[in-house]
Design a protein around this ligand. Structure first.
Ligand SMILES: CC(C)(COP(=O)(O)OP(=O)(O)OC[C@H]1O[C@@H](n2cnc3c(N)ncnc32)[C@H](O)[C@@H]1OP(=O)(O)O)[C@@H](O)C(=O)NCCC(=O)NCCS
Length: 183
């Protein structure tokens, strides 16, 4: 029986499983085009990826990571809520659609919406935030109801120079208000 996980309009978020998802992670995180806008862009070894899976396959108090499946059950990426702070009830989002053939088809948008629903509806978090310098990711945040909160100057060192990053965040109250409007 396939694992159902958390469903959106076209994507599903399922728990990470090294037997199914580790090889793709290794491929994607060693592809400079995929990691160009990621915080982790130095490449990873198989051993590092195994240790990463040791962590994410075990339930951790301050981190949820899922594999993203497309409409045909294909594994196309990863998404997570990281650095969860239970006192202030916020988390930092992370997302990679590693399969380039899946880009531009709304999967990131759907995955972020599923993650938002989970964070506010199930975990009772209050705020999710993320910095990005990827124009496509900025658009994804906007489509998902995140607000642009500012520009972090010279946040990332990349390719011999500093890059600014945009800060986006969504609050539970924004999300619940939008839900009431739609019902
Ligand atoms: C960024 C990323 C998550 C987007 O995934 P995706 O599945 O293609 O996203 P979606 O299809 O849901 O939406 C992408 C939107 O960005 C737009 N877009 C794509 N490239 C763009 C660009 N260069 N400038 C502005 N908008 C762009 C698309 O047109 C689309 O908007 P639309 O629906 O209004 O047309 C994916 O490209 C990725 O994982 N890249 C590598 C890792 C990464 O950078 N992650 C983000 C780290 S913060």
């Amino acid at each position: 029986m396939p694992i159902v996980g958390w469903k959106g309009e076209r994507a599903r978020l399922v728990p990470p499983d090294r037997a199914l998802h580790l090889e793709n992670a290794l491929t994607w995180l060693n592809d400079p085009e995929i990691t160009a806008a990621l915080k982790l862009n130095l490449g990873v070894s198989r051993r590092q990826e195994e240790l990463f899976f040791d962590r994410i396959e075990n339930r951790r108090e301050n981190d949820f990571t899922w594999a993203i499946l497309d409409a045909t059950e294909r594994h196309i990426g990863f998404i997570g809520l990281h650095e969860i702070n239970w006192r202030h009830r916020w988390a930092v989002g992370g997302l990679v659609i590693g399969d380039r053939s899946a880009w531009g088809r709304g999967y990131a948008t759907d995955a972020v919406r599923i993650r938002t629903r989970f964070a506010f509806g199930e975990l009772g978090l209050h705020r999710i935030e993320g910095h990005t310098m990827n124009p496509a990711m900025k658009r994804v945040y906007e489509k998902c109801g995140y607000r642009h909160e500012g520009l972090a100057r010279r946040k990332f060192w990349r390719d011999g120079r500093w890059h600014d990053a945009d800060l986006y965040a969504i609050l539970d109250e924004d999300w619940f208000a939008a839900r009431v409007d739609q019902s």
